[in-house]
Write a protein that binds this ligand. Structure first.
Ligand SMILES: *[C@@H]1O[C@H](CO)[C@@H](O)[C@H](O)[C@H]1NC(C)=O
Length: 176
């Protein structure tokens, strides 16, 4: 269960440019935490895409929701849509936090960081060079390398709220 859970958290954090506070909790309740109801799947141009609908996030309180569209990637093993479906199969359809343990309890930020650290160690990567925030920053870097403009990247990462697009394609090209 936990392998499916953390694989999904890591890959979606990257592909959707998520803030750590959108998938984990601290001690207090977190209005920005993504719920199961914020995720849906939709076939677009024959591809099964994942849509994340977010209303509550930094700079967007009280505004209309935005829809993040995540396209499948050709290598199944690294496809965010596939990995999310694998996780949802074990998670089930109970209402509540999108990312949670079998009990329904959301993942705390420190638990997330601990698992990330051990995954980095296992992969023989320097765990001092990566933080929970690295998925979001890495996505921005990847988008830049792929030729997206700064203003496109700001939209994909929801960095500004002015002239905000309500439907955002966050799909990066295959990374491998
Ligand atoms: C998730 O969807 C609910 C409605 O189902 C909405 O109230 C909530 O703000 C959304 N969560 C986020 C983080 O935007």
């Amino acid at each position: 269960y936990q392998r499916c859970l953390f694989m999904a958290m890591f890959i979606i954090a990257f592909y959707a440019f998520l803030r750590v506070g959108e998938i984990t909790v601290r001690s207090h309740s977190n209005p920005n935490l993504l719920l199961l109801s914020n995720v849906s799947f939709k076939t677009i141009a024959k591809a099964s895409c994942m849509i994340i609908t977010m209303t509550n996030f930094k700079h967007n309180l009280g505004k209309n929701p935005v829809h993040l569209e995540i396209k499948p990637q050709p290598i199944r093993k690294f496809c965010p849509v596939q990995i999310m479906k694998n996780y949802l199969k074990v998670r089930g359809v109970k209402d509540g936090p999108l990312f949670c343990y079998g009990s329904g309890r959301p993942i705390s930020r420190s638990e997330f960081c601990k698992v990330l650290k051990s995954a980095l160690k296992f992969s023989k990567l320097d765990s001092h060079k990566f933080k929970a925030h690295s998925f979001r920053i890495g996505a921005a870097t990847q988008a830049h390398l792929q030729g997206f403009s700064d203003s496109q990247i700001r939209v994909m990462g929801r960095w500004h709220s002015e002239s905000f697009q309500r439907y955002i394609r966050v799909s990066l090209f295959p990374t491998l």
